[in-house]
Ligand binder design. Structure first.
Ligand SMILES: [Zn+2]
Length: 439
């Protein structure tokens, strides 16, 4: 039987998604003006490669320049949808047939013991879902309980409780508003790769195929015949095709990097929210319960499938590792540094992007300037990250109280790990400052 403290503390990791959202909203006006400036640039910019080859292919590929606006706009749509939690909730409840039902009153009792303000809705739908928190309206959060959860409660109560505790972890950390069930924001961030395929990859392939068809039509119309046409085509592959392919691959890779660049920070924010909810189980029930829960929740899928569609679910191994190591200080230290670390990954991706772009444009001046500008922005974000990490042991209980009305006392013995991670980020700021100074 799992022993649970009545008073649970769930905000181990700072609410990075909220942190990200606030920075995103603050920088929106600047981003808007940047988009407009870039848009004007594209209109006036002549692609030099089209002069070299004289091929309309390259001109057509120029349309990919406009793709860089599509993903930020998609993310903006997802963010705007957060302003209407009421609509999202209605849609989700209708879809999942969620209602106030008196199915297993013990579940409601268990939940209200830890979170008296949470609304409980039951679904009669039998699907793979167990339980999910979602936002009903501003300041109103509900938990959806599915048939499988009721079955689990009757069969294996400790695991059922651990699952509910994971969901309560999301609730007590304020995740429900941003990534609660039915969230359009979460759907958009989760499906970034499919968006890339649909918006970038497929159009580029269609452009190429249509050009090939036109080419063969020209040959037959000119009466050259198919066979000389084919030999001509093969020679053309070497003369025009290879540079074309290089440009095509370069464009696709650049667009892929731009896409990841838009989504990586909120994506890592979602990972941190999941890790945090796991920590709520490990620290309030037991690591063993958390392990059972992770095995139960993460189905066996191949890593390629995970990469394509389940990237918002953090890798199972990492979840298991963080839970088994939850008693070690360095696992928390690394967990706290995960979100600020995502900015470094993003920096490396931007450098790769910049190098490819510079090669294609034959101009390296913009790369240096872009890196310096990015470093300046990261420095600013990291200063606030360090501050949040340093004050988190003191303010986290108020954050949780504000969300749930439950007072809780975080473990003060581990405060130094937060200070250490804040100091690490602050050192990173100093290093970046000196880099900017020298650059
Ligand atoms: Zn979760």
């Amino acid at each position: 039987m799992t022993s649970l403290k009545k008073q649970i503390f769930a905000s181990v990791v700072p609410p990075w998604l909220w942190f990200w959202l606030i920075i995103y909203l603050i920088s929106l006006p600047t981003n808007f003006s940047n988009w407009i400036r870039r848009f004007m640039d594209i209109f006036t910019y002549q692609n030099p490669s089209s002069d070299i080859t004289g091929s309309p292919f390259y001109a057509l590929l120029g349309i990919t320049d406009f793709f860089e606006f599509i993903f930020p706009i998609t993310l903006l749509i997802g963010t705007v949808s957060l302003l209407f939690p009421n609509q999202t909730a209605k849609k989700y409840e209708k879809q999942q047939n969620l209602k106030v039902r008196a199915i297993q009153p013990e579940i409601i009792k268990f939940l209200h013991k830890y979170a008296p303000r949470i609304h409980v809705r039951f679904s009669l739908k039998s699907n793979k879902n167990l339980a999910n928190v979602y936002t009903l309206d501003y300041g109103k959060v509900a938990i959806a309980i599915f048939v499988e959860m009721v079955k689990l409660w009757q069969k294996d109560q400790p695991t059922a409780k651990a699952t509910l505790l994971h969901e309560l972890g999301h609730y007590l950390s304020g995740d429900a508003f941003i990534i609660g069930a039915g969230s359009e924001f979460r759907k958009i961030v989760s499906n970034w790769f499919y968006l890339y395929l649909l918006i970038v990859f497929i159009p580029i392939v269609i452009v190429y195929l249509s050009q090939t068809v036109t080419f063969f039509q020209e040959i037959t119309q000119a009466g050259i015949g198919i066979l000389p046409g084919v030999t001509h085509k093969i020679s053309q592959i070497f003369i025009r095709g290879i540079p074309f392919f290089v440009v095509l691959l370069g464009q696709m890779l650049m667009q892929l990097l731009l896409t990841i660049n838009v989504f990586i920070i909120p994506l890592i924010g979602i990972w941190c929210a999941e890790f945090n909810a796991d920590q709520a189980v490990a620290r309030n029930a037991s690591p063993a319960e958390a392990l059972k829960l992770i095995h139960l929740l993460s189905e066996k899928i191949s890593w390629t499938k995970w990469l394509l569609s389940r990237l918002t679910h953090p890798p199972k191994r990492l979840r298991l590792w963080l839970v088994t190591q939850s008693h070690n200080w360095w696992s928390l230290f690394l967990l706290l540094l995960l979100f600020p670390g995502a900015y470094i990954v993003r920096l490396f991706m931007m450098i790769v992007y910049g190098i490819i772009a510079s090669f294609m444009r034959g101009n390296f001046e913009a790369l240096h300037e872009a890196i310096i500008n990015y470093l300046k922005n990261v420095t600013l974000v990291w200063i606030f990250t360090a501050i949040l990490l340093a004050i988190w042991p003191a303010v986290s209980q108020y954050w949780q109280y504000y969300l749930s009305g439950i007072k809780s006392s975080p473990n003060q013995d581990i405060s130094w790990i937060y200070y250490l991670s804040a100091a690490t980020v602050a050192t990173g700021v100093l290093i970046m400052r000196s880099l900017i100074g020298n650059g």
